[in-house]
Design a protein around this ligand. Structure first.
Ligand code: SF4
Length: 775
C-alpha cells in the first residue's frame, strides 16, 4: 500500500454505505487508512455519523483486503496472478462463451453501491462490448417495487420527490416498513424534530423497532398484509368524508375504480387480515388527515413482496385521495437503502433501461444513447432478465458472468440455490475489495479500489447528486472498476469509449442523460464541489444545452421510465436486539433539521416554474429540482394515476408444516451482505452473528430459552441461529437479519416469488417452521 495523501487539507466526501450518503471529512493517517472527522457543512447530516460510517476506514486497511488478482489454478485453488494474466483470462473466456453460445450467454451483475460513473460504464460495457441483454443488479432486490409504483402513479420515480428537510415541517408521517433509527440513524433527527414541532409519527412494522418506540402510533400488521392495511385506511378516509375532492378532481385520474376497490375492504375485514384493531385504524386516519400536510414514506417492508408494486400503490392511493402528493411539505416517498441505490438505477445497469432513466424499448431513447455511444441503435440489445431470473439462469442459458460490487451468495433470495447456480457456471469473474462469499467461487477475482481511494458521484435518497472525492492512493496492486472495464473492452476489440478517469465518464453520462427523466446534463464536478450536491433533474442551459428538449421539472419525458424496475441489494425494516450495544450513536451535534438547508427553497413558496429553464436567462445554470410535482405530475396529462388494487395473500401462507411467518432485515451494526462491515472489529463486537428473534409465547411453545440454537426451516432450506426472545415481535412471526453466510444465512430461507411488475423477490415474508436444536 502506498496510502499517500492526495491533498494537504481534510478531504470532504461521503460515507461508503447507505443512501443517506452522510458527509464526512477524511484525513490520511498511518497504516494506509484515513481518519474521519465531522463535516458540518453538509446539510443532510451536519457532522452526525452512525457507527458504520465512523468505522468505514477500517476496511481500507483491513488484512482481508485483496491486493492482487487471483486466478483459479489447475488444482482448484485461487492463486495470485498479474493483472494482464487475469484480464486476459477473463477476455478469453468471454469470447469463448460468446462464440459457442451467443452474446446472451454472457451475464453481468452490478450493484447499487457502484458510483454513477461505474453503473453507466458497466451498462455500456454489457451492451456495446459484450452485446448482451443479460445485465441487471442487486438494486432490483431493494426498492424496485417503489420505483415501479412511483412511475405508475406519478410518471417518474425519484425516491424522495422532496428533500429530507421537509419532514419536520409536515404534520404527520406514516413510515411503512422502515426503521431509520437503525438503518440510517442520523436521519432519525428529522422525525424527532417533526414530533417536537407538534407533528405525529405513525410506524407500520410487524416488529416494535427502535423507530416504532418513538412513534405516536405503532401499527403491527401481520407480515405481507400492509396492502390490506392501506386499503382499510383509505376505506375509512372515504367513509369519514376525508377525501380531498377538489384535489382529486383537479390533479388525479382513476379515482372511482380505486375508491370502489378500497370500499370492498371494510375495517373489520382488514382487522381480520392484518391483526390491526379497528380503533387503531381509525386513530391512524385521524392523525394522518388532521394536519394540512402529511407524508407516507415506505422502505423495504412493503416493497420486498411479490405484490410490492401494488402494496406501495395502495399507500400512494391513500396520499392521492387525501391530497398529499405534489403539495408543499407533503407527499409520498421511498427511503432508498443502498449508497447509490438511486443513481445506480438511473444510468443503465438495469435490465430494462438506458442512461437518464430511459426505457430500453423506447426507439427515441435508443437513438439518443446510441448517438452518444457512437453505435448503431439497432445494435443495442433489448431488455434482459431481472436480477433473480438472471441468477436462476446461470449455468444453463447464461454460461459466463461478470460480477461487480455485489455478493449474491449472501444477499439473493433462495441463496443456496443461487450459490449452486454460480458454481455451475463455465466461468465467473468477480471485482471486489475483499474475498466475498461470491468471489470465493470465482475463476478470476480482481481487487478494486473503494470509496476513499477513488473519485465519483452518487445520488442520495433525496435525488441529490453528490461528489465523493479521493483522499488517499489505493494499495499497490489494486485498480479501479473503470480501469477493469477499460482493460477488458480493449481486449475485446473496443479501444475507445471506456475512459478510466471518472470525470470523463461523468461528462459522457451528462450527454447520455440529457433530455431524459433523470437529466444530469446541467451538473458537473465543479458544481458538485461548490454546491454540496445538486438535485436532478438538472438540464443544461444556454449554449451547448443540446437539442433544447429540456423537460420542465414534473413534465413527462417521451422516455418515461418503465415501471419494470428498480435499487440496492437489500435492506428492510431493520432492527437490532434491544440489548445490542449500539455502535451507531449519532454525533451529539446532530443537525437541527428545522434549519433549512442552504440552497433549497422554502417548500411553501417554491414553485416548479421558478426552476423552469425556459423562463430564466439563457446561460444561467439550472438550480436543480429539490421538489417535484408541485405544479403537475410527470404523466402525459399532468395528473397522478390512482391504480385500483386489492388484498391478496402472500406467495406462501403458513400451513401445518410451516406454521410461522419469517421476515428478514438488517441490524444497525452491519450493512447488506456484510462483506465490508463483517471485517470491522467494532461492528462485529456489536453484531457478531445472526439470530432468530421470536415472541415469548412462541419460545414457550418450542421450549426455547434465550440463546438456544434454533433451526428455521422453509421449503428452500434450513438456517440455524440463537434465539432472541422479545415481546417486540408478533407471536406468529420470527425475524432474522440477513448479513451473514454459513449456517445462519437467512436468505437460504427466503422466497424468490417475484412481483409481476417490478420483479422484486418476496424477501419480507415466507412460511417456516422453527425447531430447537440440541446444543
Ligand atoms: Fe453512512 Fe451511517 Fe450515514 Fe448511512 S447513516 S451514510 S451508513 S454514516
Amino acid at each position: 500500500r502506498t496510502g499517500e495523501r492526495t491533498a494537504a487539507a481534510p478531504v470532504p466526501t461521503h460515507c461508503p454505505y447507505c443512501a443517506l450518503q452522510c458527509g464526512m471529512n477524511l484525513t490520511p493517517a498511518d497504516g494506509g487508512t484515513v481518519e474521519v472527522s465531522e463535516r458540518a457543512d453538509f446539510p443532510v447530516n451536519r457532522g452526525a455519523l452512525c457507527g458504520k460510517g465512523r468505522t468505514a476506514p477500517a476496511v481500507l486497511a483491513s488484512g482481508a483486503r485483496l491486493t492482487s488478482p487471483l486466478v483459479r489454478s489447475d488444482d482448484g485453488a485461487l492463486v495470485p496472478a498479474g493483472w494482464d494474466e487475469a484480464l486476459d483470462r477473463i477476455a478469453r473466456n468471454l469470447v469463448r462463451t460468446r462464440a459457442e453460445y451467443g452474446a446472451d450467454a454472457l451475464g453481468v451483475f452490478g450493484g447499487g453501491g457502484l458510483t454513477n460513473e461505474k453503473a453507466y460504464a458497466l451498462g455500456k460495457f454489457a451492451r456495446v462490448v459484450l452485446g448482451t441483454s443479460q445485465i441487471d443488479y442487486n438494486g432490483r432486490f431493494c426498492m424496485s417495487s417503489a420505483a415501479a409504483a412511483g412511475t405508475r402513479a406519478f410518471g417518474l420515480d425519484r425516491g424522495l420527490p422532496f428533500p429530507l428537510e421537509d419532514i419536520p415541517r409536515t404534520g404527520c408521517v406514516i413510515l411503512v416498513g422502515s426503521n431509520p433509527a437503525e438503518t440510517m440513524p442520523p436521519s432519525l433527527r428529522y422525525f424527532s424534530k417533526l414530533r417536537e414541532n407538534g407533528g405525529t409519527l405513525i410506524v407500520v412494522d410487524p416488529r416494535r423497532t427502535r423507530t416504532a418506540d418513538q412513534a405516536d402510533l405503532h401499527l403491527a400488521p401481520r407480515p405481507g398484509t400492509d396492502l390490506a392495511l392501506a386499503l382499510g385506511l383509505l376505506h375509512l378516509v372515504v367513509a369519514e368524508g376525508r377525501v380531498d375532492e377538489a384535489y382529486v378532481e383537479e390533479r388525479t385520474a382513476g379515482w372511482e375504480e380505486a375508491r370502489a376497490a378500497a370500499m370492498a375492504h371494510w375495517p373489520e375485514y382488514v382487522e381480520r387480515i392484518t391483526g390491526v384493531p379497528v380503533p387503531e385504524l381509525r386513530e391512524a386516519v385521524r392523525l394522518f388527515c388532521a394536519p394540512d400536510a402529511a407524508m407516507v414514506l415506505t422502505a423495504r417492508g412493503p416493497e420486498q413482496q411479490a405484490k410490492g408494486t401494488d402494496t406501495v400503490g395502495a399507500w400512494i392511493n391513500l396520499c392521492l385521495a387525501t391530497g398529499r402528493a405534489g403539495r408543499p411539505r407533503s407527499g409520498y416517498g421511498c427511503l432508498t437503502g443502498q449508497g447509490n441505490g438511486q443513481g445506480g438505477r438511473e444510468h443503465g445497469q438495469k435490465a430494462d433501461q438506458l442512461p437518464g432513466y430511459r426505457k430500453l424499448t423506447d426507439p427515441a431513447a435508443r437513438r439518443h444513447v446510441a448517438g452518444v455511444w457512437g453505435v448503431d441503435p439497432d445494435s443495442l440489445p433489448g431488455p434482459g432478465r431481472s436480477a433473480y431470473e438472471l441468477l436462476d439462469a446461470l449455468g444453463t442459458d447464461i454460461r459466463s458472468l461478470l460480477v461487480m460490487g455485489s455478493n449474491p451468495v449472501v444477499s439473493a433470495p433462495r441463496a443456496a440455490h443461487v450459490e449452486g447456480r454460480l458454481r455451475s457456471l463455465d466461468f465467473l469473474a468477480v471485482c471486489d475489495v475483499v474475498l466475498s462469499e461470491t468471489a470465493e467461487l470465482a475463476d478470476v477475482v480482481l481487487p478494486v479500489t473503494q470509496w476513499a481511494e477513488e473519485t465519483g458521484t452518487t445520488t442520495s435518497l433525496e435525488g441529490r447528486v453528490l461528489l465523493r472525492r479521493r483522499a488517499i492512493t489505493p494499495p499497490d496492486g489494486v485498480r479501479g472498476d473503470l480501469e477493469v472495464l477499460h482493460g477488458l473492452a480493449a481486449r475485446l476489440g473496443v479501444e475507445k469509449g471506456f475512459p478510466t478517469e471518472p470525470e470523463e465518464v461523468f461528462e459522457e453520462l451528462r450527454r447520455a442523460s440529457a433530455g431524459g427523466p433523470a437529466d444530469y446534463s446541467g451538473i458537473d464536478y465543479g458544481r458538485l464541489a461548490e454546491e454540496n450536491g445538486v438535485f436532478w433533474p438538472c438540464p443544461a442551459t444556454g449554449a451547448g444545452a443540446g437539442d433544447g428538449s429540456v423537460p420542465h421539472p414534473g413534465t413527462p419525458s417521451p422516455e418515461t421510465p418503465d415501471p419494470d424496475t428498480a435499487h440496492p441489494g437489500t435492506p428492510a425494516p431493520d432492527t437490532a436486539h434491544p440489548e445490542t450495544p449500539d455502535p451507531d450513536t449519532a454525533h451529539p451535534e446532530t443537525p437541527d433539521p428545522d434549519t433549512p438547508h442552504p440552497g433549497t427553497p422554502d417548500p411553501d413558496t417554491a414553485h416548479p416554474e421558478t426552476s423552469n429553464p425556459d423562463t430564466r436567462h439563457p446561460g444561467t445554470p439550472h438550480p436543480g429540482t429539490p421538489r417535484l410535482f408541485l405544479d403537475r405530475f410527470a404523466t402525459a396529462d399532468g395528473r397522478a394515476r390512482f391504480v385500483p388494487v386489492a388484498h391478496r395473500p402472500s406467495a406462501e401462507e403458513p400451513d401445518a408444516e410451516y406454521p410461522v411467518l419469517l421476515t428478514t432485515g438488517r441490524v444497525v451494526a452491519q450493512y447488506q451482505s456484510g462483506a465490508q462491515t463483517r471485517r470491522v472489529a467494532e461492528l462485529n463486537a456489536a453484531a457478531p452473528g445472526p439470530f432468530v428473534e421470536l415472541h415469548p409465547r412462541l419460545a414457550a411453545r418450542l421450549g426455547a430459552a434465550e440463546g438456544d440454537p434454533l433451526a428455521v426451516v422453509s421449503r428452500r432450506g434450513r438456517a440455524v441461529a440463537p434465539a432472541r426472545i422479545t415481546t417486540g415481535i408478533r407471536p406468529d412471526t420470527v425475524f432474522m437479519p440477513f448479513h451473514w453466510p454459513g449456517e445462519g444465512r437467512a436468505n437460504t430461507l427466503t422466497n424468490p416469488a417475484l412481483d409481476p411488475t417490478s420483479r422484486m423477490p418476496e424477501f419480507k415474508v415466507c412460511a417456516v417452521r422453527v425447531e430447537t436444536v440440541p446444543r
